[in-house]
Design a protein around this ligand. Structure first.
Ligand code: GLT
Ligand code: MN
Ligand code: MN
Length: 388
């Protein structure tokens, strides 16, 4: 049995905005004191995180002067050096400021679109200065409440134009930086463009440099849309586009809850961890979550430690799944293949199509073949409940 101690190889990260979340919600004021970026770095080191991510304005307030920015960055670098934490990812806040009330890259106002680019160019420089190799784009305001005032095709073109511009900037600067697009179906806009990871994957292929751009799927966001997160992640992985991942949890069909990883859908969390570990995903495992509004600072630490510990426990359970003879026997049974169909499958050949058309299938017999998924799933449930 492991003692569930995180190691740098697990690449567990948190955003400044996650453990730093003061517990404000649309109906209530903050319940916790603000903690400075330096304090957050130390808190994260204490719970065993490997890295810390930030939006430009999580680190440097939007009103800061150049001299203030220099001091903040210096202090932050010192905290990183003192703790050994790294910054693998950075991003831009393109949603809090009132200027972005109608979107950033997709605002109907060309001056706002230009300002969004200006802000992102500076934020990319800051991220790279602190070591980020991944740059996330979450377009919280890129959407509408009413489709009467904005053309979705035009908005998509503006978003593409912005991504192409920023990719060229990164190439021009010779930065070693990849982009990761994060989807969310709604909130804070009534409807957000490119609402799922699948939409993002299709959009990426329309860019000038698709090789520089991947996705940052978030568990809660796919669950808000009622989708299977592991399937979204698997599609991204298969496309070579799983550049980053936002781990958290969420009840289906609710607001963006950003709960502690594994706190709600343990089975989905297990299936995800098993997938990531089986395929050998080696990017950051980022917790984009925050503690309940009822938490005090001690409880925030328990929240962060819990995210990490649950992942490591599920990783151990995934290994147990691989070692479990009964589970593996059932898997072998459901995937049994005696090779009888080998000559009829694989790449197309005219002879194969002719052979397939001529083959006689016993449709009724095929319909009588069951699969023991109930038995298999019960074994998985018992494994997760700790009785296997
Ligand atoms: C915000 C959002 C997250 C994004 C963050 C990055 S900001 O908290 O809800 O899902 O990942 O912009
Ligand atoms: Mn979220
Ligand atoms: Mn996220």
């Amino acid at each position: 049995m492991s003692n569930y101690t995180p190691s740098p190889a697990n690449k567990f990260t948190f955003g400044l905005w996650t453990v730093g979340n003061p517990g404000r919600d649309p109906f209530g004021e903050p319940v916790r004191d603000a903690i400075s970026p330096v304090e957050i770095v130390h808190l994260l080191a204490e719970v065993g995180a490997w890295g810390v991510n930030f939006h430009d304005n999580d680190l440097v307030p939007i009103t800061a002067t150049a001299a203030e920015q220099d001091k903040i960055v210096r202090d932050f670098k010192k905290a990183l050096a003192d703790t050994g934490l790294v910054v693998p990812m950075a991003t831009t806040n393109l949603f809090t400021d009132p200027a972005f009330r109608d979107g950033a890259f997709t605002s109907n106002d060309p001056e706002v679109r230009a300002y969004a680019l200006h802000k992102t160019l500076h934020a990319i420089d800051l991220g790279v200065e602190l070591g980020a190799g991944i740059y996330v784009f979450w377009g919280g305001r890129e959407g509408t409440e009413t489709d009467s005032g904005k053309d979705p095709v035009e908005a998509g073109k503006w978003f593409r134009e912005a991504m192409n511009f920023l990719c060229e900037y990164v190439r021009d600067q010779k930065y070693d930086l990849k982009f990761a697009l994060e989807a969310k179906p709604n909130e804070p806009r009534g409807d957000i463009y490119l609402p799922t990871t699948g939409h993002m994957l299709a959009f990426i292929e329309t860019l000038d440099h698709p090789e520089m751009v991947g996705v940052n799927p978030e568990m809660a966001h796919e669950h808000m849309a009622g989708l299977n997160f592991t399937h979204a992640v698997a599609q991204a992985w298969d496309a070579g586009k799983l550049f980053h991942i936002d781990l958290n949890d969420q009840n289906f069909a609710r607001y963006d809850q950003d709960f502690r990883f594994g706190s709600h859908n343990l089975k989905q969390a297990f299936s995800l961890v098993r997938f990531l570990e089986d395929v050998g995903y080696d990017g950051p495992r980022h917790y984009d979550a925050h503690a309940y509004r009822t938490s005090d600072l001690e409880d925030v630490k328990a929240f962060a430690a819990g995210c990490i510990r649950t992942y490591l426990i599920l990783k151990e359970k995934a290994e147990q799944f691989r070692q479990d003879a009964e589970i593996q026997a059932l898997l072998a049974e459901v995937k049994a293949d005696d090779g009888a169909m080998d000559h009829l499958r694989g790449a197309y050949l005219p002879e194969k199509a002719a052979a397939l058309k001529g083959h006689s299938f016993d449709r009724v017999a095929l319909g009588k073949r069951g699969k023991p998924y109930e038995r298999l799933d019960q074994l998985v449930v018992e494994l997760l409940l700790g009785v296997r």
